[in-house]
Write a protein that binds this ligand. Structure first.
Ligand SMILES: [Zn+2]
Length: 118
């Protein structure tokens, strides 16, 4: 089964980006015409569509629920959720590491400034 549907997302400059959802060979893929989408970066428009965030889309979204329920799209969304979960975990770890570095820098500055180094 091959199917293709387009959705639209508002750009911050007032225009619109076209998102193309395609299903072919048992797989779904989602492309976006924004700059990030054109350079193979994950953009907020595709993430919004995959998450079913209708508020981030504009134009006709009457087929969104139906498309999101398609098995191929469900599989794509599950994969996206999995990767997003890994990224969230890494972001949390990065935040913890950044806080640890900040703490060590503060401690080092205190030692150097006060002469209380060990
Ligand atoms: Zn985009």
């Amino acid at each position: 089964m091959t199917a293709q549907r387009t959705y639209h997302a508002a750009s911050s400059s007032g225009g619109e980006y076209v998102l193309t959802l395609s299903i072919a060979g048992g797989r779904a893929k989602l492309e976006c015409g924004c700059q990030a989408g054109q350079t193979m970066m994950m953009c907020k428009h595709r993430l919004a569509l995959l998450r079913g965030d209708a508020a981030a889309l504009c134009g006709d979204i009457s087929t969104l629920a139906e498309d999101l329920a398609r098995a191929e799209v469900v599989a794509l969304r599950a994969d996206c959720d999995s990767v997003c979960g890994k990224m969230d975990a890494l972001e949390a770890e990065k935040k913890r590491i950044d806080q640890e570095i900040k703490k060590l820098k503060k401690e080092l500055a205190w030692r150097v400034t006060t002469g209380a180094w060990k």
